[in-house]
Design a protein around this ligand. Structure first.
Ligand SMILES: Nc1ncnc2c1ncn2[C@@H]1O[C@H](COP(=O)(O)OP(=O)(O)O)[C@@H](O)[C@H]1O
Ligand SMILES: [Mg+2]
Length: 256
């Protein structure tokens, strides 16, 4: 095995199609899942992109749960659950891991970050864990910071390298300049043997060069390039032709 191979925590996943009860019902009826048999992970960054509702979160959550993360996010130690809404998909995934095990791990989902913040506050109030948990997130309750600040605090302080980080739309909280800061931090963590799986709509976050991008669409899941994504094309078109695009978008009824 080459040195390169040893950097993997996740190598690939297989959908155990023969075990799937029906491709007519959620989550197996999603276009992205119905056609899925195998997906390879990049040793550094694997991106999932696709329209709203294309199944990114469903797949991310199933990967995270199959690896032992709580469906609502956090480290592997968090077992809180406010509503058991995660799909059964994780039961039908076989995930091939690399030779090394991650020493750190985090499943971030913008959708339930609030619950994670509450859970940390509650555990620290209850005590009994030695050092307050919030210390490793930068020391200040995540509820007392803005969404973006608290996420960045988690990312800067809590993520320690040698880790597997599964992030679902982390940009939801971040300004463009903080997204750039996040790319730089990702680079540090990757040099410290970390691996990322990221679902994102942000052309900035999507720009890490040493990566693979998978597009979820009605055609299933396909590899694509940064320049071929809607995120890149539409953003670029809009920034270059704002007036012309606005003219088309904001048509007054009288003009029609
Ligand atoms: N528990 C559920 N039962 C049925 N359909 C669901 C459930 N959760 C999500 N869906 C549907 O699955 C689709 C994919 O959702 P999701 O994975 O959240 O998409 P994305 O993260 O790409 O926006 C959506 O159309 C959504 O309505
Ligand atoms: Mg989603």
């Amino acid at each position: 095995m080459s040195i390169y191979d040893q950097r993997y925590y996740l190598r690939n996943l297989n959908l155990l199609r023969d075990n799937v009860p029906s491709f007519e019902q959620y989550p197996f009826n999603l276009d992205a899942i119905r056609e899925l048999s195998e997906l390879s992970f990049h040793p550094k960054v694997t991106y999932l992109v696709g329209e709203n509702g294309s199944g990114k979160s469903t797949l991310m959550e199933a990967i995270a749960v199959a690896l032992g993360f709580n469906a609502e996010g956090g480290t592997m130690n968090f077992s809180f659950e406010t509503a058991a809404t995660h799909s059964e998909l994780y039961n039908y995934l076989r995930i091939a891991r690399g030779a090394r095990r991650p020493r750190d791990g985090f499943f971030f989902r913008a959708e339930s970050y609030y619950n994670l913040a509450t859970s940390i506050d509650e555990m620290d109030r209850a005590g009994g864990f030695g050092r307050p948990i919030i210390d490793s997130y930068g020391g200040k309750s995540l509820h007392q910071q803005s969404h973006g600040e608290s996420f960045l605090a988690t990312f800067l302080h809590r993520f320690g390298g040698n880790g597997l980080y599964i992030l679902d739309e982390p940009e939801a909280a971040l300004s463009p300049s903080r997204q750039l800061a996040m790319l730089a931090r990702m680079h540090d963590l990757i040099r410290d043997n970390s691996q990322f799986v990221i679902a994102t709509h942000s052309p900035i976050l999507l720009a890490y060069p040493d990566s693979i991008i998978y597009q979820l669409s009605s055609d299933g899941i396909q590899e694509t390039t940064w320049e071929e994504t809607d995120h890149y094309i539409i953003t670029k078109q809009f920034l270059n032709n704002r007036d012309r695009m606005l003219e088309k978008l904001l048509v007054d009824e009288d003009d029609e």
